[in-house]
Write a protein that binds this ligand. Structure first.
Ligand code: THU
Length: 127
């Protein structure tokens, strides 16, 4: 997994965001040690509650493609926004130990943390 490449993937995905209501474009990309990448963007809906976050799209697509052992997620927004609570829960279960990289469309500045910092003591019903 190359961090620069992961961020570029998230930036590219962000350009496909469907966000006519909030106008807040989000791109995400997940990657693993095998160098596989999967992207996602937010997809809004007139029924606001049907909106899907960029992270959820990327993680769900990784599952569907059989791409496992996600080690890193890059999230690109204008504000270096941290993932919402729902997305933190998804990352915690689907990519435990995941490094979370917060980036912007243009700047080289990246903030990196890990999902357990963003969501300590995540809910689980498994064992
Ligand atoms: N959004 C994401 O894609 N990921 C997050 O973690 C938080 C919010 C999207 C949902 C909506 O389309 C827009 O950002 C504004 O909330």
């Amino acid at each position: 997994m190359k961090l620069d490449e992961l961020i570029q993937q998230a930036r590219a995905a962000r350009l496909h965001a469907y966000a006519p209501y909030s106008k807040f474009l989000v791109g995400a990309a997940v990657g693993n040690a095998a160098g596989e990448y999967v992207r996602g963007c937010n997809v809004e809906n007139a029924a606001f509650g049907s909106t899907i976050c960029a992270e959820a799209v990327a993680l769900s697509q990784a599952i569907a493609l059989g791409i496992a052992n996600i080690t890193d997620i890059a999230i690109v927004t204008e504000t270096q926004a941290t993932p919402c609570g729902n997305c933190r829960q998804l990352i915690a279960e689907l990519a435990p130990g995941c490094n979370v990289h917060l980036a912007t469309p243009d700047s080289s500045e990246v903030k990196t943390t890990v999902i357990e910092e963003l969501l300590p003591d995540a809910f689980t019903s498994l064992d």
